[in-house]
Ligand binder design. Structure first.
Ligand code: GLU
Length: 554
């Protein structure tokens, strides 16, 4: 540059009086213990939280937690095209639903906490301009007045040739050579301009960096004069990343792998600004197996409902289940840790970035369902009751009324075969509960008596008639079962399953068949949790009524 850069800096930023040094004082190094990591999650406010976002945020929070550090949430709203009104709340609510708790940063629409803010990029113009002014002073940035047409001409020229590198650099970067007078004239004429980085990178040079997840990476050095500030003074992602992660004192930039190719640019920017380059960790993408062609592909917002975190809220997966499942994807040693610490809070898992696999991880709904069944099976009845009512209140008003009409009964219902050494593992999500327990509520019960082939109608009728004579809702489990056993022999069944297996030809069936008939008559299901408890909750009258109806129909 053949002019006084200080003069240009004053021309471009006449109102900026502070310096990078002032910012260093305003945002001092964090007072954290050795090894503590400062991480951030930095979504754009699109109003949509992708499961990959939850996955990434979990990595940030766990990394900070495991090292006694800080995880914060920064809103990156510099791309006005992608933004929607209050696109932040959906993201924050998504995190809150799954217990992702940031130590600092944006906490809601226009609210935040922490001493390193503002945490919304659109409120940080002053900071970017201070840094930008200093880059101009040092001859490391310059205004570029090229119009969209001129830039597209450059692109076309480059496409005609066989240049490997395309963009604004070297001989293409004609605004680099403007004189001060030309710049001044353009500015006085109100010509719009962007501020560009003045790269000193060389085409044949390479840079190396250590990615914590991927190891050593080698790439060509950046040579592009990247845009730092757009014509409205708003920074590009690249410039904002350098300023924000420096002054928010991020130690570990953990972000999606789509950003790997930008690292040379970022390292160049950090260095030009005089900032220490942070450590990088690029996380793999969340993938799935396509149902149609069996290939592994990225979870898509358009095709896969489960790409949206809101899907899991609506379906009623408890937060513990989704987090537990994501942890199995994050670190292969999680399952061992879980076996050794069966009741520990998942967030206390000593997560290690280095143990993350760099290849895309497969999100499998079937596995999530299995994990969730396990997680729900060890919850106590009160927790399950609270979860179901909270879910239903939001997503199934009718069921909410029915389920909460008699809380003690509903609690006892969800407690059947729970709080024991061998709890049932039937329920994966709260939206299944209404159907699962439909026989408990007249509102949802649809009687259907579909006998298995091995039991004759007359026998079923006889079983039910005899059973009605002896059933007493007051009976405890033992008496309840002995009464069913006692029904067997007079009707040609055996109470002894082993005996039946030895000589099936001697009997019409065994005690299991007899109880199946009763179960079917009372619940219309072949399989339920403990029938004795179900019947006692339904009450003598309802049990009699249902059995009588079936007898009539036979
Ligand atoms: N705002 C960027 C995005 O939404 C975040 C990238 C980063 O974490 O640095 O993709």
């Amino acid at each position: 540059m053949n002019y006084d850069c200080n003069k240009l800096a004053e021309l471009l930023f006449p109102n900026v009086t502070e310096t990078i040094e002032d910012l260093e004082k305003r945002y001092p190094e964090r007072d954290l213990k050795e090894g503590a990591r400062v991480t951030r999650f930095a979504p754009s406010p699109t109003g949509y939280l992708h499961i990959g976002g939850l996955f990434g945020a979990l990595v940030d929070v766990l990394t900070a937690k495991a090292t006694g550090g800080v995880a914060f949430l920064r809103v990156e709203d510099t791309d006005k095209k992608r933004e929607i009104d209050d696109g932040v709340s959906a993201i924050i609510n998504g995190f809150a639903s799954f217990g992702i708790d940031f130590d600092e940063g944006v906490t809601g629409f226009n609210t935040e906490k922490g001493a390193y803010g503002p945490y919304t990029q659109s409120q940080r113009a002053e900071i970017y301009h201070i840094v930008a002014k200093e880059l101009v002073q040092k001859g490391l940035a310059y205004p570029c007045f090229c119009t969209a047409d001129e830039l597209s001409e450059i692109r076309q020229e480059q496409e005609k040739g066989d240049a490997l590198i395309r963009g604004y650099f070297g001989k293409w970067a004609k605004c680099r050579d403007l004189s001060f007078e030309e710049i001044e004239e353009n500015i006085n004429n109100g010509k719009p301009y962007v501020l560009r980085f003045c790269s000193d990178g060389q085409e044949d040079k390479r840079i190396f960096f250590d990615d914590i997840i991927r190891g050593k990476i080698e790439m060509p050095e950046n040579i592009i004069d990247e845009v730092l500030l757009k014509s409205d003074g708003i920074p590009t992602y690249h410039f904002a990343h350098a300023c924000d992660d420096h002054f928010m004192r991020t130690t570990h930039v953990i972000r999606g792998e789509e950003w790997i190719s930008s690292v040379p640019k970022h390292i160049a920017l950090f260095k030009a600004c005089g900032f220490k380059v942070p450590k990088y960790a690029h996380t793999p993408q969340v993938m799935k197996i396509d149902e149609e062609d069996g290939t592994k592909r990225k979870l898509s917002k358009r095709k896969d409902p489960e790409a949206a975190v809101s899907y899991f809220v609506e379906e009623g997966f408890p937060k513990e289940s989704l987090i537990e499942y994501l942890l199995t994807l994050l670190n292969s040693n999680f399952e061992d840790w879980r076996r050794a610490n069966p009741t520990a809070d998942a967030f206390s898992f000593p997560f290690n970035l280095k143990k993350m696999s760099p290849s895309g991880c497969l999100f499998d709904l079937v596995k999530l369902n299995d994990v969730s069944k396990n997680v729900i099976s060890v919850m106590n009845a009160q927790t399950v009751y609270d979860y179901i009512s909270a879910w239903a209140e939001k997503f199934d008003e009718d069921f909410y009324k029915v389920f909460t009409a008699n809380p003690e009964k509903s609690k006892a219902m969800v407690n059947i075969d729970r709080e024991s050494n061998k709890p049932r593992k039937d329920i994966a999500k709260w939206s299944e509960v209404k159907e699962y327990f439909s026989y408990m509520f007249d509102e949802y019960y649809e009687a259907s008596f579909d006998l298995p082939e091995n039991i004759a109608k007359e026998d079923a009728k006889a079983i039910l008639e005899n059973y009605l004579k002896v059933y007493n809702v007051e009976d405890d489990k033992e008496v309840w079962f002995s009464k069913i056993k006692d029904l067997c022999e007079p009707l040609g069944f055996t109470p002894n399953v082993k005996e039946y297996k030895k000589n099936p030809e001697l009997f019409k069936g065994h005690v299991g068949d007899v109880s199946t008939v009763i179960r079917l008559a009372v619940t219309s299901r072949k399989n339920t949790p403990d029938l004795c408890s179900i019947m006692s909750l339904l009450g003598q009258d309802k049990v009699n009524e249902r059995i009588n109806k079936v007898i009539e129909s036979l």
